[in-house]
Design a protein around this ligand. Structure first.
Ligand code: ZN
Ligand code: ZN
Length: 271
């Protein structure tokens, strides 16, 4: 069996693929099922589209389930981004539909003057001290989100590195955040939540997991058992990107079971 807990459709601001096209691709690629998890970026709560798009996403997903449900498990999900920006809005979205899974993410840290997704920030002119402080704030925000907000799966832990290192080629000392990261992993374990292995950065030649293997090793050593894989696909072509690589990597670590969600309850399957 193979599931994908994390995908985006035309109901996300940064994707154009229809849910039907994702379903067709899933069938063609022999996926057992996937969750549609469109963006709810809470710093944009004032834009009415942020809310209505999510209702459309859920309604379309439920319609797709009626059409493809004999071939696929289709979960209606939402990716709550930076719930700390507007906790009431996050709660309103979660209450608005019968979601199968709620992803918890941080794409924008609470940094005065830069309250926008870090994917939109030009970090090229920032000095090392700034980058370090910014990253500390990311982990602090993620920790607070993980501790206080409603979610099932904590997503793409370490994602700012993709921009700082991948996009801007900055060298970042990562060991200095181990304490903060371990604190987040502990919260995930204690609250019975699930940690995502995000494969969006994988290429055929080179795996790239968020979080990386060193962090996953620490999660397992701490007793963390709930893991899920998500390609974070924004196109049909990338629907299964990296999933097999992640499963192979996890199997080598002795992981034999992964989790997806239905009606916000974990469902365990073997890999
Ligand atoms: Zn995300
Ligand atoms: Zn996403």
């Amino acid at each position: 069996m193979r599931f994908n807990i994390h995908t985006h459709s035309e109901h996300s601001h940064d994707a154009a693929v229809t849910i039907d096209a994702l379903c067709e691709r899933a069938v063609a690629e022999n996926l057992s099922g996937f969750a549609v998890t469109d963006h709810c970026d809470c710093e944009y709560a004032a834009d009415p589209l942020t809310f209505t798009r999510l209702l459309d996403s859920c309604d379309d997903t439920l319609r797709a389930r009626a059409r493809y449900g004999d071939r696929l498990v289709i979960a209606a999900g939402v990716e709550i981004g930076e719930a700390l920006y507007d906790r009431d809005f996050a709660r309103k979205v979660i209450a608005a539909r019968p979601w199968d899974v709620v992803l918890g993410s941080v794409h924008a840290v609470r940094w005065p003057g830069w309250e926008i997704p870090f994917s939109m920030i030009d970090f090229s002119g920032c000095d090392d001290a700034f980058l370090q402080a910014y990253l500390r704030r990311y982990y602090d925000d993620l920790r607070e989100m993980a501790e206080t907000e409603d979610y099932d799966v904590l997503c793409h832990l370490t994602v700012p590195l993709r921009y700082l290192c991948g996009k801007f080629g900055r060298r970042v000392e990562t060991a200095v955040y181990d304490g903060q990261i371990d604190g987040i992993l502990r919260v995930v374990i204690e609250r019975g939540k699930t940690l995502e292995v995000n494969t969006s950065g994988c290429t055929a030649e080179r795996p790239y997991f968020m979080p990386d293997e060193a962090i996953l090793d620490r999660y397992l050593a701490m007793g963390g058992r709930n893991l899920t894989v998500g390609s974070d696909a924004h196109t049909a072509e990338r629907l299964t990107n990296g999933l097999a690589q992640a499963e192979a990597m996890l199997r080598k670590k002795g992981v034999t079971e992964l989790t997806y969600y239905l009606r916000r309850q974990p469902v365990v399957y073997r890999i």
